[in-house]
Design a protein around this ligand. Structure first.
Ligand code: NAP
Length: 352
């Protein structure tokens, strides 16, 4: 058996960091080697520094690991970053410059022209930007790969095969986003309960721009964003996990709801062909019931890595409308990063 790659988690005590711990504890290719967090947690046992929020127990042995300061001196080959957006930028660069492969959840580098914003099912070809990045920044071994905003993942997964088959002209999306998307402790309970908050700072801008980068065309050393327009409304709702989105799309070439469903059902992209350990089979679950997908019932599809779609019907203003749902801290965050790393390893790009 191939030797496991030693991995670290930056920001391991937070909502996304905990998902990383859960997903990596028993991974066939990766071995958990280091956990970091802020200065307030460094030096403490993980089990003491972290308020564990998941229904599974802290994996055996992890509670006793001593949390390290987030500095590029930890003993591992690659790092998964769950650092806050306002801290991640320089810290992730310091790790990449020191030779670590960085798989980031933060928004800091997503729009850098030489940084892949990756969904392995949608744009694996964008990984060639790693060469450009290293040449431009003078990094010999290190690199930064980002995964998208948690609402943008679900939307882009559903849009990717439609863009290939029919061409997208415009997209109107409204989200109903779970509370864990705001990290821990996140939105105060007295604001969240019995309420819908029709604003999430910076989210609509990310949802409008990230799908266009991911579905854009690689043009030499940068990505030409896809030409379709996105109009986004983002709302925080009092569910715990799962982002549900209502979507209307206008297409370049006409398609019936049935043809849209067929394209989703037949989609068998690279991670599924390679049978990567975290790749859901199938990547898109089509729900035939008139009232699915629902957040509580469907967010765990494909161990939280599949997106679920349903209610596909004609739209009187656009062409077709539907619902898409995904798990925000798994497919929308930690699981997405792990799948990015699996793709690079499977393609021989992580020879450390
Ligand atoms: P969170 O719960 O607030 O956790 C933040 C983590 O970063 C904690 O481990 C914290 O450690 C650590 N940290 C804070 N300040 C630090 C510093 N100065 N130096 C080093 N470590 C520091 O946040 P989260 O929800 O897990 O989100 C993490 C990142 O993922 C963010 O960039 C977020 O935008 C992104 N993201 C989140 C989701 C989601 O659904 N939640 C989805 C996609 C992307 P302490 O415990 O010591 O404070």
């Amino acid at each position: 058996m191939q030797k496991k790659l030693r991995v670290g988690i930056l920001g391991a005590t937070g909502a996304v960091g905990q998902r990383f711990v859960e997903l990596l504890a028993d991974h066939p290719w990766f071995e958990l080697a280091a956990l970091t967090a802020s200065a307030a947690s460094a030096g403490r046992r993980y089990g003491d520094a972290c308020r564990w929020l998941l229904s599974s127990d802290i994996p055996p042995g992890v509670a006793d690991v001593v949390v390290r300061e987030t500095a590029p001196t930890i003993d591992c080959d690659i790092v998964f970053s769950a650092l806050p957006g306002d801290q991640a930028g320089p810290l992730e660069e310091a790790f990449a410059a020191a030779g670590y492969g960085v798989f980031s959840n933060a928004s800091a580098h997503r729009q850098d022209p030489d940084v892949p914003l990756l969904i392995p099912e949608a744009n694996p070809d964008h990984l060639t930007l790693v060469g450009t990045q290293r040449a431009r920044r003078g990094w010999e071994r290190g690199f930064i790969i980002t995964n998208p905003n948690c609402s943008a993942v679900m939307l882009t997964m559903a849009l990717a095969p439609l863009h290939t088959a029919f061409g997208l002209r415009s997209v109107l999306v409204s989200t109903m986003q779970g509370l864990s998307g705001a990290g821990y402790p996140g939105v105060p309970s007295l604001d969240a309960l019995d309420n819908v908050i029709p604003f999430i700072g910076g989210e609509e801008e990310k949802l409008a721009s990230e799908p266009r980068k991911m579905l854009g065309t690689l043009n030499g050393e940068q990505v030409e964003p896809a030409g379709f327009a996105v109009s986004a409304h983002c709302n925080r709702v009092p569910t715990r996990e799962g982002h549900l989105e209502t979507v209307s799309v206008a297409l370049e070439r006409p398609a019936t709801p049935q043809q849209v469903v067929e394209v989703w059902r037949e989609w068998h992209p690279l991670p599924q062909q390679l049978n990567l350990p975290t790749a859901p089979q199938p990547p898109i679950v089509v729900r035939p019931e008139p009232d699915r997908p629902q957040t509580r019932l469907d967010r765990d599809a494909g161990r939280g890595m599949a997106v679920s779609v349903g209610r596909v019907r004609p739209c009187d203003i656009f062409d077709v409308k539907f619902i898409v749902l995904g798990h925000n801290t798994i497919r929308g965050a930690a699981g997405a990063s792990v799948l990015n790393a699996e793709l690079m390893l499977a393609q021989g790009m992580l020879n450390t």
